[in-house]
Write a protein that binds this ligand. Structure first.
Ligand code: NAD
Length: 382
């Protein structure tokens, strides 16, 4: 009996991605894996059933995509879906372990081995499984397109018979994977781009994609933690940072914010007064909106109109707005993750492996990730 991988049709609101695209299915079936896909699973990402069938998948009704050895998915399963999962099977996807620990508890109760793609370590060996970076790339690109669409101005410098139009000024806050892609995309559209990140090492990366690094009079030499992630600033420096950023925000036509601190969410970078200081027509796109946002005025999932015409966009699922390539990239990382732990035609959990240990949040009826357990303990105590 060969390993059976199931792909459900995602049910979360706004979700248009699918966990495996036909290309990835073809590679898996070539390796002797059986893939079952729920009817219509790829439709919203423009991958019709016929493409999956041609790639060797079997199209099935809903429950059959859950009664499998390994289920590949994008979003965590809802309550009804979790009840369909086969005890002892494996679930791989974005499982929001630190945002929604109770959902991990539900998976533990369902008796599945749950692998959270957001917990994959950022090591060289795990690079092919780095779903977060893949989705951040999509989000950074898409955020700039949203800004360009909303801005009542051109991005590029135009010299025309009807006059010369100055290029848009774009400020990107947070220069990780999403921020760097936002800088590169705004540059390709012809904007003048500056960017800031709390990690001093980001300067070189910002410049390498054509941005000007904004220097603040703020000591952040200690702001880089292990793995290249940022550390939260103390209260005083956080306040000062917001104050020092305000004139840069006010001088920009577009501000794209992407800052996150692992485990601490989205730091406040743009205060209400800074937004009110922007010229009418200006646009803020808060890529950190799903984590609460970097702008004080962000309302996750909404567009807010401020004063005389500044719009603050708080998109909740940017990768899902470009579902075709987002699914293609995501599928690569998920297939790599599954492939890494298939031994002799069966999925073999390996707690001695750093990648498995980091990504595994539930196993054999227990929540096995320490941070998730702590969060659940805190929830239970409060
Ligand atoms: P992230 O999504 O956690 O955060 C986005 C950015 O926000 C980061 O650059 C962070 O420094 C910045 N930030 C946090 N607080 C800030 C503040 N107060 N002011 C301004 N900026 C702030 O980051 P990410 O995109 O996941 O990348 C984090 C790091 O990991 C980067 O150094 C990146 O190059 C590195 N990385 C490495 C690998 C790998 O080695 N395989 C893969 C992806 C990313």
């Amino acid at each position: 009996m060969s390993l059976v991988i199931g792909v459900p049709k995602e049910t979360a609101p706004l979700e248009r991605r699918v966990a495996l695209v036909p290309d990835a299915v073809a590679r898996l079936t070539r390796d002797g894996v059986q893939v079952v896909v729920e009817h219509g699973a790829g439709e919203a990402a423009f991958f019709p059933d016929a493409g999956y069938e041609a790639a060797g998948a079997q199209m099935v009704e809903r429950p059959k995509a859950y009664d499998v050895d390994v289920q590949a998915r994008v979003q965590p399963p809802g309550e009804e879906e979790a009840a369909l999962l086969r005890p002892g099977s494996v679930v791989v996807g974005f499982l929001r372990p630190l945002d929604a620990p109770d959902e991990v508890a539900r998976l533990a109760a369902a008796g599945v081995t749950a692998l959270a793609m957001e917990m994959v370590p950022r090591t060289t060996r795990a690079q092919k499984m780095d779903a977060l970076s893949a989705m951040a790339t999509v989000a950074g690109y898409r955020a700039v397109l949203l800004a360009a669409e909303a801005l009542p101005k051109f991005f590029p410098l135009l010299t025309t018979a009807a006059g010369t139009l100055r290029p848009a000024k774009v400020l990107v806050l947070g220069a990780g994977v999403a921020g760097l892609q936002a800088i590169a995309t705004a540059r390709r559209l012809g904007a003048v781009v500056s960017a800031y990140d709390v990690r001093p090492a980001a300067r070189e990366q910002v410049e390498s994609v054509g941005g000007r690094f904004v220097e603040l009079r703020l000591e952040t030499g200690d702001a880089e933690a292990a793995g290249g992630y940022a550390r939260a600033l103390d209260e005083e420096r956080q306040r000062l940072q917001v104050e020092l950023l305000a004139p840069h925000v006010a001088a920009s036509d577009v501000v794209v914010t992407t800052a996150l601190v692992p485990g601490a969410g989205a730091p406040l970078l743009v205060a209400e007064e800074a937004v009110r200081g922007m010229a009418p027509g200006s646009v803020v796109v808060d890529v950190a909106a799903p984590n609460g946002g970097n702008c004080a005025l962000t309302r996750p999932g909404e567009t807010v109109l401020i004063g005389p015409g500044v719009r603050v966009l708080g998109p909740l699922n940017l990768p899902a707005e470009m579902p075709m390539h987002a699914s293609q990239m995501y599928a690569r990382t998920v297939a790599a993750m599954i492939g890494e732990f298939v031994k002799d035609g069966a999925f073999a959990p390996d707690f001695d492996d750093e990648i498995f240990r980091s990504a595994c949040v539930a196993h054999a009826g227990e929540v096995v990730n320490e941070r998730v357990r702590e969060l659940l303990g805190e929830v239970a105590r409060s």
